[in-house]
Design a protein around this ligand. Structure first.
Ligand code: GTQ
Length: 344
């Protein structure tokens, strides 16, 4: 059915509608409800680390941490435009730099964040008093409402990728932060080295004592890598995939964003089902190419790229390649709109 447009309506009628605070649905119906597949503003986009790194180091010279609070270059320039802090509808990505001796002060906010360490040793995120080291490839959580700050006790610049559900919280008009006195935090050790050293084991608790809401806030890269290697050895498949989960519930680590680690074997291809949630990918190790809706993205170590809803994605690795995928699947599942379609 061909629907009527706004311009075929008389000018006086349009003026009266505007004055009354109404607008006709039919000219915008197909934009809101396109047939069969959603309309994606998100476009496949590639951020090369070799381009970001010098810009970030320059930010370190130009802007002291006291003038930035968080020294971050936002990964923008997707379909949302240059100024948008949006990689996908609900995923914000930013590359953060902390120099030796610097501290990004304590705050908490309604968006949740995950840090993916990219370069350098000696930095930690302190979350609710827990000290979480950030070594390259580590995944560190700062879920919503939890006090967090970043410190750097090492010798070289440290860079990490921030992934937040910020665009969603902004859309919901629910995004805000609070600042705090910083030294108030006690330092307790990272629970990945105390309570959750081995998968499948958790501390025995007396009846009535609940598990912590966010029990495991750090996933050391060494263990993620080993888990992927074991899985790929056993399966004989071109690709292995592991989900980051809350060890107490078996659910994903955040209510909004989902995190997976992928290993694609050298010389092999993998073409996952086209799925409804958009995603972002970060390359921890390796080199290869991902064809996203026909567009080739040639990536290498430490690069980041994104893919829109229902994207057709074909990954191909030149060498054994380890990627972290960040997606919106927890949101889609909770809303009952998660779908997978064959990758044709
Ligand atoms: O490190 O707490 O990239 O609050 C954006 C907002 C990082 C952080 C970002 C933040 C942070």
């Amino acid at each position: 059915m061909e629907l009527g447009s706004i311009t075929e309506l008389p000018a006086d009628y349009r003026a009266e509608m505007a004055a009354a605070g109404v607008t006709p649905l039919w000219p915008i119906l197909r934009d809101s409800l396109p047939r069969g597949t959603p309309r994606a503003t998100c476009a496949p986009t590639h951020w090369r680390y070799e381009k970001l790194r010098p810009l970030l180091l320059r930010a370190g010279e130009l802007t002291p941490i006291e003038r930035a609070e968080r020294r971050v270059l936002v990964l923008s320039g997707t379909g949302y435009g240059e100024a948008a802090a949006q990689a996908t509808p609900s995923i914000y990505l930013g590359m953060q730099l902390l120099l030796p001796g610097e501290r990004a002060p304590s705050h908490r906010h309604t968006p949740s964040a995950v840090r993916l360490a990219v370069e350098g040793d000696g930095a930690s995120t302190l979350v609710e008093g827990e000290k979480l080291p950030m070594e390259p490839g580590d995944l560190v959580l700062t879920p919503n409402g939890e006090w967090h700050e970043h410190v750097h006790e090492g010798q070289e610049p440290v860079i990490w990728l921030d992934a937040l559900d910020l665009p969603l919280l902004i859309y919901l008009e629910a995004s805000y932060a609070e600042e705090a006195e910083t030294e108030a935090q006690p330092r307790i050790p990272d629970r990945s080295a105390v309570e959750y050293v081995a998968s499948g084991l958790r501390p025995k608790r007396p009846a009535g004592v609940a598990a912590p809401k966010n029990p495991l806030r750090r996933f050391p890269w060494k263990r993620t890598r080993e888990a992927l290697r074991a899985l790929i050895r056993s399966g004989g498949k071109p690709c292995a995939e592991m989900e980051f989960i809350n060890p107490e519930t078996g659910e994903g680590v955040l209510a909004t964003l989902g995190f997976c680690a992928l290993l694609i074997r050298a010389g092999r291809q993998c073409a996952p089902a086209r799925c409804s949630p958009p995603a972002a990918f970060h390359v921890v190790e390796g080199r290869g190419c991902s064809e996203i809706n026909g567009e080739k993205i040639r990536w290498r170590r430490k690069d980041t790229f994104c893919a829109p809803a229902f994207a057709s994605i074909i990954h191909e690795a030149d060498e054994d390649s380890y990627l972290i995928r960040i997606d919106e699947s927890p949101l889609h599942r909770k809303l009952g709109v998660y779908e997978e379609r064959a990758n044709v």
